[in-house]
Ligand binder design. Structure first.
Ligand SMILES: C[C@](O)(CO)[C@H](O)COP(=O)(O)OP(=O)(O)OC[C@H]1O[C@@H](n2ccc(N)nc2=O)[C@H](O)[C@@H]1O
Ligand SMILES: Nc1ncnc2c1ncn2[C@@H]1O[C@H](COP(=O)(O)OP(=O)(O)OP(=O)(O)O)[C@@H](O)[C@H]1O
Length: 286
């Protein structure tokens, strides 16, 4: 049986402004997404009996609630295919880390199954199905670093620098819902007027309330902040800082390793998922 194995990279929000709240409670954001060369890995094999089976359990997420299974079943329903899939997951990304692990797994599933089931869906259709699973899914479907508006689904490609990042992973899981419903969250940042969009230098509006509620996150920001500007990604818990080389990033992580857990990864404007898919398509058409 042939397996299709694909990565599900993490993302960073290089900055994030909350500019308002919609009547349905969702927040309107402006943010810049960039991918990391670091992520989960998923393998897929075709089933002809229509079943979707994820063979890897993850703690506290029941099989049918896993975003991978939900993505596969939605695609199946909407495309009307009679095919199914066996799926295996190597979970590397922390959950509730603000680096989009669940959303990226869902996007990889959509692209993999579109390929395996030979549906021929275009990116717009896959991204809009993705949005119904989570606000962060569309950027992973499209696979290019982006300035995002709306709830994160209106994407304009951007090409920020691609430094090496130290990402610290405080040992707490931050609930996105909790942060977005926090009474002290700033929700009135002004929409950007300038173009081109600034890529790195701004702030994350979620950071003050996350720091207040999670001392582990504040500690991580303070520790990394001794070496470079340190910032929260998404609603946390992860914090990141940029370095010009892998050697410098490795050195800082090693210096912090007594008190902090984390990893070093390169920023990337084209997702490693899309690079791998393109090389597969090239090979199969050669
Ligand atoms: C914080 C970010 O990671 C920034 O990229 C995303 O906006 C969150 O994206 P996500 O994890 O895919 O979030 P979803 O699963 O869509 O939403 C989880 C919950 O967060 C809140 N939520 C999410 C996104 C958004 N723009 N406004 C919100 O208020 C809603 O209460 C929602 O029920
Ligand atoms: N395949 C999956 N991987 C991780 N979490 C999943 C998955 N499927 C469902 N979940 C649920 O989604 C929640 C959020 O997971 P995720 O890893 O996307 O968090 P996150 O990095 O904070 O996301 P974001 O940056 O999108 O807010 C988890 O706590 C878990 O309950």
């Amino acid at each position: 049986m042939q397996k299709l194995t694909l990565p599900a990279p993490a993302k960073l929000n290089l900055w994030l402004h909350i500019i308002g709240r919609r009547p349905d409670g969702y927040h309107e954001l402006e943010t810049v997404f960039q991918f990391l060369e670091h992520g989960d890995e998923l393998s897929f094999a075709l089933r002809d009996d229509g079943q979707v089976r994820l063979h890897t359990e993850i703690d506290s997420v029941p099989h049918d609630s896993n975003l991978i299974v939900r993505a596969a079943r939605k695609l199946q329903e909407q495309s009307g295919t009679h095919l199914g899939a066996d799926i295996w997951l190597t979970k590397v990304l922390p959950m509730g880390g603000g680096i989009g692990g669940g959303s990226s797994d869902a996007a990889t599933t959509l692209l993999a199954l579109d390929h395996l089931w030979q549906l021929g869906w275009d990116e717009d259709r896959l991204a809009s199905l993705g949005l119904s699973l989570g606000a962060d899914v569309p950027v992973f479907v499209r696979g290019h670093a982006a300035f995002a508006q709306g709830v994160g689904e209106q994407l304009t490609p951007v090409d920020p620098e691609e430094p090496w990042y130290v990402v610290l992973v405080p040992q707490v899981s931050v609930s996105t819902v909790e942060i977005f419903s926090h009474p002290q969250l700033t929700r009135d940042s002004l929409p950007l007027k300038m173009r081109p969009v600034p890529e790195g230098n701004s702030r994350n509006d979620c950071q003050p309330v996350v720091e207040q509620s999670y001392p582990e996150v504040r500690n991580a920001l303070n520790s990394l902040g001794k070496f470079t500007e340190a910032r929260l990604t998404g609603t946390g818990s992860c914090v990141f800082g940029a370095f010009p080389s892998k050697a410098e990033a490795d050195k800082v992580l090693a210096l912090l390793s007594e008190t902090q857990t984390g990893f070093v990864a390169k920023g990337s404007n084209v997702s490693m998922l899309h690079r791998k898919l393109q090389s597969l398509i090239k090979k199969s058409s050669a």
